[in-house]
Design a protein around this ligand. Sequence first.
Ligand code: M6R
Length: 602
Amino acid sequence: MCGIVGYKGNFINVKVILDTLKLLEYRGYDSAGLAFCSEGNLFVRKSKGKIDNLYEMVDSLQTDLVVAHTRWATHGIPNDINAHPHTSGPLALVHNGIIENYREIKERLKDYDFKSDTDSEVIVHLIHSFYKGNLFDAVLDAVKILKGAFAFVVIDNNTKDLVAVKMESPIVIGLLDSGFLISSDIPSIIKWTRKIISLENGDVFYVHSNEFKIYNFLEQKFVSRNVEIIEWDISVAEKSGYKHFMLKEINEQGKVIRDTLFGRIDEESLKVVLDDKVREFLDSLNIDNIIYIACGTSYHAGLIGSYYSNELAGINSTAFYASEYRYIEKKYFTSKNNTLYIFISQSGETADTLFVARELKQMGENIVTIPNVIGSSMYREFLSFPTRAGIEIGVAATKTFTAQLVNILLLNLYLAQKKGFDVSHVIQELLFIHEVVDGILENYEYIFDIAEKYVDYQHFMYLGRHLMYPVAMEGALKLKEISYIHAEAYAAGEMKHGPIALIDNKMPTLYVLPFNKMINKNISNIQEVKARRGKVLALVDKKSKEFVKDLVDDLLETKYVNEYLQPFVTVIPLQIFAYSVADFKGLNVDQPRNLAKSVTVE
Ligand code: M6R
């Protein structure tokens, strides 16, 4: 993780750099720092905690050369010393990623005085060990030795040169009228420029005076990269009256579904209309197996996708965590053109997911990615079918999850129609699901009252069956990541195989229970919990409510919809419940501890 920023050009107010860095705060926020050149000196300011601490330290300084960093700790606790930048002689460096061989490099650099516990500090000393007055040459020597994932920017106070390097971790270059603004992502810099170069793996971007060149150390030659003009708009992230971004983003889900569906269903024929390239690709295949690969919330969307593929499209399907699939031995894999891999990632940068996607691409497998961030690695390197959720600021994924569900469902409905299956009843309802979602969001304040009753529990069980099992997993993930309450999610039928031993009056169960063919099985489970003095909070629609209202302690309510659309309407009360519990506890809902929005390390 971590966000990095660099600038070289005519004088700029350091506050502009900090404003840019703040837009990368989603990538990590346990400490921050910057190094800048002024009147021949190199100044470093860094501090544990949020970027806000830095504003006071720099006042309104002007500089022509600066690097800045917001950190998500991997090696070494968050403190002032481990915060970036790290320095060596005239050099200052910020890094995002992990240097896997940092111990060996440290051994080799015995003469250097290491101040921090980070892996990143070895990079700057390593470069310095090769430095004979030319930063570019020294970096080229250093990258031959580094192993792992790294995007870094290093500046030289002697020559006023800047070098940015990309290997696995993201980095983009913004071209200003006079100078260069470098960052971990495009949205953080498009306020200043829309002319962007996205570096590729192995690229070393070097600026001397006002001239730049790009050398690729993997290809061992100078390369040229396209300057992309970014057309897409980002509305500057504002809470628009909501207390938190997460609550705002939950409330945007009706719109996000509508936007993501837009133009992708012919309302007269009720046929799915996929983006041309995706359609042509799917038409060229004869798929009999679909594997979804993702992490976290995106994995839950993939798991729901595997039910869609099996049941709607009639295609054998499974979902895997990318971090697990990465280590599955693939020596017996043969590409038979019959397996489709669907990679899901809102950020489009998650290291584990990207690794597997790249690996399978190299093996010639069939890949479609579903990123939310336009311009991300997954968007650029693969055939992508992007969602249209807009930027999500809250670290807990909410609206991007529902947007992913839309695209996953569309792909499966398309494949079903290709096989001649009649899925028009699902499509008919899908066209209006955004209205149903908006309806649910008109009345959710009662969830705050219910949440207040559950704030002091330390443990929760979340149960659901069939499509409601991944939804229960997603609800539990939301609760644990923002409220720090332990929440176990189980397929309800698995309860009796062990987890039931946990149930007592200190562990409430949240049962995801819209009306469907599982209703009677679910009621039996609830009775089993009640028989062990467990509290039950049931998420119901008007049909299932009739079955359980006298049996359970509290009710969260949603609308009754077709069972394949139930994930869209059941996840929302679960998001709001988790949000309310965290807010009652007075926690930082948008930036929960230890997390970051984009997980670019393994
Ligand atoms: O950007 P991605 O969708 O690939 O991210 C995957 C997970 O890191 C992410 O979903 C994470 O679990 C969120 N914090 C969930 O709210």
